[in-house]
Design a protein. Structure first.
Length: 188
């Protein structure tokens, strides 16, 4: 963990609101993306990310700096919130397609692109459900967050070799899941 983050955490633990704001600004996008790729709903992902930071502020005094980045703790909070949400069987609501699209002068072409992206995202979301939690995390961290193996290893508390092996198994499982869901075509 960088010394700057350690100092920010310590300041935030002592009640420094500005330090909390800096931590929020540094990590919000990553937490939001993590939530979004788990629930595929913008509003729900924003709500979950906000709850992650509310819990961070509430429990920051219990956080111990042990060499792992704060983001690892925030991802754990996010993972638990998403799991709780699914356990409670709350269904996300979606906007009708017409409202979700910006039908400008290229309305039909824009709608077509939007539908194609939505189909791809839905396929990925369904396929990701077939993976283990660790496999999902590695896929999200490596390909959505664009982290390298060393960064992912630090976040998950594993070795780089273990992350490489986990990534390999995750990609194979993801491909099998996409084929099972009939949304994978060779050549892409």
């Amino acid at each position: 963990m960088p010394d700057d983050e350690t100092r920010l955490i310590q300041a935030a633990q002592q009640g420094d609101d500005e330090a909390c704001a800096v931590l929020y600004n540094c990590h919000y996008e990553a937490v939001y993306r993590y939530c979004y790729y788990r629930v595929h709903d913008v509003n729900l992902a924003q709500d979950l990310a906000a709850e992650v930071f509310a819990r961070m502020v509430d429990k920051l005094d219990t956080f111990k700096v042990r060499g792992r980045p704060l983001l690892a703790w925030l991802y754990t909070i996010a993972r638990n919130l998403v799991a709780d949400m699914y356990r409670q069987d709350r269904r996300a609501t979606h906007l009708p397609l017409e409202e979700a699209c910006d039908l400008s002068s290229d309305g039909e072409e824009e709608l077509s692109r939007h539908v194609a992206r939505k189909i791809e995202a839905d396929c990925l979301a369904v396929a990701l459900k077939h993976l283990t939690e660790e496999q999902r995390q590695v896929i999200l961290f490596k390909f959505i967050e664009d982290l390298n193996n060393a960064q992912v290893a630090r976040l998950l508390g594993r070795s780089e070799g273990a992350i490489k092996a986990l990534q390999h198994r995750a990609l194979l499982a993801l491909r099998r899941a996409m084929e099972k869901e009939r949304c994978y075509e060779a050549g892409y």
